[in-house]
Write a protein that binds this ligand. Structure first.
Ligand code: AGP
Length: 626
């Protein structure tokens, strides 16, 4: 997820673009750039810098460029590490086309090979430069008409995009288009200025009149003229619907949500789809009659032999990522019958662990910068193990240190309490276990197809749970004045109980513990009385009857129980004070659903206590020191 901006008007574009990029920095901040189109048939003026937008600002501010048309980008890398070469905007080989892009071009490799056969040479590792040269290829062969060239080029593209494109022969317009990634055009009262952005944050201070591009639309935005909006599917003219927005900048960068955390909780269905895009694919059967699912993970290509030969997997991580690792253990052991250990990276690095050279170490990290996890990786490499990264931070230290890995593609996570990264990590671990289990033949084709299909419908099921937000807010009152809480689960839901407890701890400052439900009898049951709120994750999978009896043990000691149960459960409601019903799913995938009410509960408790939900005390989003 990156941030893109554009400006066509009467004022110097550079300061407008830089200001807009600052607003969008929450979307990505590993490199940034702008391109200015100051005069017809003159080369573009391009600035690109690694790191935050402030680095770019320093480079631009001295020059005070006068151009009144330009585009800009702040990056969250997907293809190619953060660098000035991979930073946007990208220029075509002819120098006549320049582009900024937010999204992922899935078939960029095929397109790149075709363009290389036609003599195109590429400077960066990005999918975006491929699109830029594809547009240039069509442009040069169709009368150099930008709008036509962009729409024809997009016909060959598979994936998600929001793009803004300029041509140096005409400095009075830009062409923009979108599919799956957001794009907004701000319109000044007198149509003399147009502002373009991934959302309305870059334009709110200048205009409240915006046009949201729909999926599959392309627009030619020219100074002093009306927007020319076209549907890509049939090239028919589309209506330009100008809407009034009444949100301030802070609210908008949170997408209208009061906090980044709740925005990121509600982002999870889209993030999961982004995470699975191009990885869980429908393929036509050899017979040509039907279709079936396949899991495509490019990371496995070069290391498949070593991965399926592994008899021992060690997962290293910290915090929420460690909880995802515990679910990874269940997934890999059940689907691949390979022994898995899950280690706190901070303990692993100093424990002189037994790591054999055929072992595989999986390092999980949202930020990709966590010091303990990085050190654990280096130790594992010294001991000859293959190190596989599951990371959100593209180009981060951990991504660079590991031998191979998978990005979870959930976009920047700003709230310190990790939410969408957790479901992204579990989704990747499920896809990894499926791919390895299928290669090893340790899961049946039926289980493989069923689990792939279920993964693709989980985002809709998460939406069903998100609709219970108001009710979960009411239920959070059960914790507001408490000082302690217990979270209990079994099997796949035990790590979810740990994660629920961590979320409550880190943002509401209430002491909470997650425990395997059957362990209560071995000590924690002593804590239970009418003052202790207890959250049970008691969905219908695994040992349902067992957890019902664990619930009765607590109920008989007057514990106040809130249970996460499966839709239609007609037992738990008679034992608990409150139940939250979630849709049914497969045992292996239930954490992707049962964790959602946990995240929402902790969020509402912290809000009710008036705490800083996104920046809780004593914590940092990325722990780069040990
Ligand atoms: C989780 O909400 C916390 N922010 C923290 O426990 C976090 O999971 C831990 O610091 C690991 O971070 P990482 O995933 O970026 O490595």
């Amino acid at each position: 997820m990156c941030g893109i901006v554009g400006y066509i008007g009467t004022r110097p574009a550079a300061p407008m673009l830089i200001k807009g990029l600052h607003q969008l920095e929450y979307r990505g901040y590993d490199s940034a750039g702008i391109a200015l189109n100051h005069e017809n048939n003159q080369p573009f003026i391009i600035y690109k810098e690694k790191g935050k937008v402030s680095n770019l600002e320093t480079a631009v501010i001295n020059d005070q460029p006068a151009a009144t048309v330009g585009i800009g980008h702040t990056r969250w890398a997907t293809h190619g590490e953060p660098s000035t070469t991979n930073a946007h905007p990208h220029l075509s080989m002819s120098g006549e086309i320049v582009i900024v892009h937010n999204g992922i071009i899935e078939n960029y490799k095929e397109l790149k090979e075709q363009l290389e056969r036609k003599g195109y040479v590429f400077k960066s590792q990005t999918d975006t430069e491929v699109l830029c040269n594809l547009i240039d290829y069509v442009y040069q062969r169709n009368g150099r008409q930008l709008m036509a060239a962009v729409s024809r080029a997009l016909y060959h593209v598979i994936g998600a995009y929001a793009i803004v494109v300029m041509e140096c022969k005409d400095s009075s317009h830009v062409v923009c288009a979108r599919k799956a990634s957001p794009l907004v055009i701000g319109v000044s009262e007198d149509n003399t200025e147009y502002f373009i952005g991934s959302d309305a944050t870059p334009m709110v201070e200048y205009t409240k009149r915006v046009v949201y591009l729909d999926d599959g639309q392309i627009a030619d935005v020219r100074r002093g003229e009306d927007i020319n909006l076209i549907n890509l599917s049939d090239h028919s003219a589309a209506d330009v619907n100008v809407k009034e927005i009444n949100l301030d900048i802070a609210a908008l960068s949170k997408g209208g949500y009061p906090h980044y955390m709740i925005k990121e909780i509600f982002d999870q269905p889209r993030c999961m789809r982004d995470c699975m895009r191009g990885r869980i694919v429908r393929v036509r059967d050899y017979s040509g009659n039907g279709e079936h699912y396949e899991v495509h993970l490019s990371a496995l290509k070069n290391f498949k032999a070593k991965l399926i030969r592994a008899r021992h997997v060690i997962i290293v991580a910290c915090g929420t990522s460690w909880h995802a690792g515990l679910i990874g253990k269940h997934l890999i052991e059940q689907m691949c019958r390979i022994r898995v250990e899950v280690e706190y990276a901070s303990e692993f690095r100093y424990s002189n662990p037994v790591v054999e050279k055929d072992d595989v170490v999986i390092a999980i990290s949202q930020s990709g910068e966590t010091a303990d996890t990085l050190a654990a990786i280096q130790l594992a490499k010294e001991k000859g193990a293959l190190v596989f990264g599951i990371v959100n931070g593209v180009g981060s230290s951990i991504a660079r240190e590991t031998d191979t890995g998978i990005y979870i593609h959930v976009g920047p996570e700003i709230g310190v309490a990790s939410t969408k990264a957790f479901t992204g990590q579990v989704t990747v671990l499920a896809m990894l276990a499926l791919a390895l289990g299928n290669a090893l033949g340790t899961i049946t084709e039926e289980e493989y197809q069923q689990t792939c299909h279920e993964l693709t419908v989980i985002p809709d099921k998460i939406n069903q749970i998100l609709e219970q937000n108001d009710r979960i807010k009411e239920l959070s009152a059960m914790f507001a004045d408490r000082h302690n809480a217990l979270y209990l689960g079994r099997g796949f839901n035990y790590p979810v109980a740990l994660e629920g407890a961590l979320k409550l701890k880190e943002i509401s400052y209430i002491h909470a513990e997650g425990y395997p439900a059957a362990e209560m009898k071995h000590g924690p049951l002593a804590l239970v009385d009418e003052h202790m709120p207890i959250v049970f994750v008691a969905t219908h999978q695994g040992q349902y009857q067992k957890i019902i009896s664990n619930m009765q043990e607590v109920q008989s000691r007057k514990g106040r129980i809130l249970a996460i149960v499966s839709e239609g459960d007609n037992v738990a409601g008679h034992i608990c004070e409150h139940v939250i019903e979630i849709p049914h799913t497969l045992n292996a995938l239930v954490p992707l659903l049962s964790v959602i009410p946990m995240q929402m509960l902790a969020y509402h408790v912290a809000v009710a206590k008036g705490l800083n939900v996104d920046m809780p005390r004593n914590l940092a989003k990325s722990v780069t020191v040990e």
